[in-house]
Design a protein around this ligand. Structure first.
Ligand code: EPU
Length: 422
């Protein structure tokens, strides 16, 4: 196992470029199973979650070739197994989303139920309800979901009970090869969903309305091959912007899509950052100022993303004043709180652990801390950068799921950080 050792007190300064969005790319890889010709994904980020998805396809006999420019070629026609085993699905829930494409294209699939997750129970009831509406027979057996359909799936009306990003994406990929029209209502509107629809349409699908609450899918006979590059990673971008703000620094991030970070940018301005947005670039300058506390309520896009909640909490820990942070998406996404407290943060949890009241402190002090999930670990790295003294963040494998070359990028921005075996 590895850890990150950080000497605190650097002020971030410099320029980096955003990666392609992890949460888009892993769905594009699952969706590539639908195509009967080779699909090429460009500029794929070097991340553990992406490798897990590629490993899963390889396990099913799909030919996946990656070159040194991180171009990934996927040809699903060589598939020899329609089973996604527990060992792979348990390490990344999103791999469950191969179920729909496999049923849609091959008429059957067996995919492990993902099980629990550190940040919440995360059921898949909406996914299964939608697949059943499309005509799939769904059975649960020994921890696996077995889905079958005789002939093709059938277009249907699907009304989500609440906003689900993965559910919307999964059912979109199942419905593209269904007979007839599928109407999905109360859909999630995250940019990654729109990106997936664009990708499917490049391959010959007919998906309309993605990015709104109503998506209409006209089923087609087949999907052909194509080339595609995912949008940039708004959560990676947001994490570096918060890190820069917490250190009082000044950074520019190119290859960004500022419109996808509107909720965060407004909070960072409220915290006192000067932010300039140009085409594809965000520049943040904190001018050495101490941030002001900002209240945050997470919610489905375009509200403040849950995936930046831990990071903004670190900013609030260091800010002038007190703030409340309410987490509305996941029931257990405050696991960074006890770790931040070990560094001197003043945080009280309330309302059945759904609200954190943060009283800003003048400084955090370096300490050994433990990463518990991907975004929590990012919040600890930010805390380590801003703290006085040395911080070690253990269990770095969490951060490697979603941040490529984090220590190289932070070093480039002036942070004293290195990776070591733990
Ligand atoms: N939910 C259900 N039933 C379902 C589906 C979801 O109860 O059938 C619940 C979940 O338990 C959760 C809420 O609905 O409480 C929202 O879950 P959603 O389906 O929207 O989330 P997801 O698809 O599992 C994606 C991202 C997460 C991100 C959330 C919310 C990917 C691969 N994952 O998860 O990203 O937090 O949307 O925006 O896209 C991360 O990158 O760190 C991460 C966790």
């Amino acid at each position: 196992m590895a850890l990150l050792r950080i000497q605190g007190g650097s002020i971030l300064n410099g320029e980096i470029s955003a990666s392609s969005a992890k949460n888009s790319v892993i769905n594009l890889i699952a969706a590539a199973l639908l195509a009967d010709e080779p699909v090429t994904l460009l500029n794929v980020p070097h991340l553990r979650d992406v490798s897990t998805m590629i490993e899963l396809l390889g396990h099913m006999g799909v030919v996946v070739v990656i070159n040194e420019r991180m171009q990934v070629d996927i040809h699903a026609n060589s598939i020899s197994s329609l089973k996604a085993p527990y060992e792979l699905v348990k390490t990344m829930r999103a791999s469950f989303n191969v179920l729909g494409p496999l049923i849609a294209r091959y008429g059957e699939a067996e995919v492990s139920l993902p099980g629990g997750c550190a940040i919440g129970t995360r059921p898949v009831d909406q996914h299964l309800k939608g697949l059943r509406a499309l005509g799939a027979d769904i059975e649960m057996k020994e921890g696996y979901v077995r889905g079958t359909v005789s002939g093709r799936l059938k277009g249907a009306q699907i009304d989500f009970d609440f906003s689900t990003v993965g559910g919307t994406e999964h059912l979109m990929t199942a419905a593209v090869l269904a007979d007839g029209v599928t109407i999905m209502e109360n859909c999630a509107k995250e940019p990654e969903i729109e990106n997936l629809a664009e990708f499917l349409n490049v391959l010959g699908a007919d998906v309309r309305g993605a990015g709104t609450s109503r998506i209409e899918i006209h089923g087609v006979e087949r999907l052909h091959g194509g080339r595609f590059e995912a949008i940039s990673d708004r959560i990676e971008v947001g994490t570096y912007l918060i890190a820069a703000a917490a250190s009082g620094g000044c950074v520019g991030i190119s290859n960004a899509l500022p419109q996808h970070n509107a909720a965060l940018l407004s909070k960072l301005r409220e915290a006192g950052a000067d932010i300039k947005v140009e085409d594809g670039r965000i520049a943040l300058d904190m001018k050495g100022r101490r941030p002001k506390s900002v209240n945050v309520v997470t919610g489905p896009y375009p509200a403040f993303p849950t995936d930046l909640q831990a990071q903004i909490m670190t900013l609030n820990c260091l800010s002038q004043g007190s703030s409340s942070i309410q987490e509305t998406i996941f029931e257990n996404r405050f696991m960074h709180v006890p770790e931040l407290a070990r560094m001197g943060a003043d945080i009280q949890l309330q309302n059945n652990n759904s609200v954190a009241l943060v009283q800003g402190v003048a400084e955090l002090v370096g300490a050994p801390v433990m990463a518990t999930d991907l975004r929590a670990s990012a919040s600890l790295v930010i805390a380590g950068i801003a703290a006085r003294g040395e911080t070690t963040v253990d269990r770095v494998y969490h951060i490697d799921r979603g941040y490529q070359q984090i220590e190289e990028r932070l070093q480039r921005l002036g942070v004293d950080i290195r990776r070591e075996a733990s």
